[in-house]
Ligand binder design. Sequence first.
Ligand SMILES: [Zn+2]
Length: 431
Amino acid sequence: MGNRCRPEVSKGPAHFCQKGRVPSRALAWSLALIGMVVGLSARGVQAEPGGLIYINTNFAHASPLYWETKPDGAVHIYLAYDQERASPNRANGHWFFQLQAAPGAELTLVLHNFDNVWNGKPGSPLDDRTIGFASVDGKSWRVFRAETTPDNCLKFTVTVRAGSLYLARLEPYGLSDLEALKAEIRAHGDVAITNIGRTVEGRELEIIRIGRPDAPNRVLLRGRAHPWEPGGNWVIQGLIRRLLRGDAKTQRYLDIYCVYIMPIANKDGVARGRTRFNMLGADLNRKWDRPPDPNTNPENHALETWLQAMIDKGQTPDLMIDLHNDNGGKLHISRPGIDLETYLAKMREFETALRKYTWFTEGSTTASFRNPGSIGEGLLDRFGINACVLELNANWIAGLNDYPSAQNWELFGAQLGEALYHYFKATADER
Ligand SMILES: [Zn+2]
């Protein structure tokens, strides 16, 4: 064996014996030193000069990353891109982690890897208004401004007063939040929750029905095709709670429409803290111009199978809204090369109702806008459904003159209940 490491002899960590057997006195000193360091760390002395001890990503919805602290004390964090299969597209935009640091440490963070590729072209999720959210307990969040650097990084400074601090791009909405909501509403007489399939990793996908199936109008909502975009989930939660309030207005709403909701389409991506694609690299808001591949895209396959069954029993949704986040906040109306007159009239009514009954002011896409393969265009083109993508501005809500907090998105959801009522009233004669 010569000088090779023999743990059964040295009884020390393997790296002590890389240059041969460690003399017993040196080993004793080494162990004593390690004991001191461990003891000091346990009493809160930091491992790094700036005060950082660790970046914790060992929880659901945390983003994959690695980091290094530079000589100036700035902590550089490198996010892992999501990649799309058979495509140059890649995406970052979600970040969610917990800083563990000496109490009172002031840390400058520089987040890297926002050089995205979107629809085959270079793109970035950052702009000069990009914000982030901080929370000590992971429940109540405060907003902060961040700076975009010339090399497309995101830079900000935070103080870790209590020894740990959660940081996230937007107020997180995870799978446990959805489970809590389901538990809250499950027993209500106007609620039905149906499992319609499973994700790549086997998580159950559900459709939540709010209202009565024999209502004259049906609306389908989808949230979270893209995991970094939690806005839709807060909207859905606000809408569901509004519709189940049981007051006179709610009764009027549910007399004329019934809502079907796929709340979190990309459950695996949410659980694993990814940005855009499913765990086999499928974009759940692309390739809706054809039936989804059940092997690589079971999430969309489950939704289309459910949709086809609804169509087969004469219950085709009259309106479909896919909820997203971006830096613009517009209603996306895609215009494939078909007769669009009826569709565009409906979309005008929908936009009017949004402007009148919610805080929405951002408007809709121009006449030349197309986003081929998006669910809005695909469901219109293939099934004749009045479908659209509603982006929610991830930096600013102009109609409220406020940041996009979870509370403001829940308010939009509650207002959407009213907007849908007036939309269906206004379009009743056109059906
Ligand atoms: Zn999106």
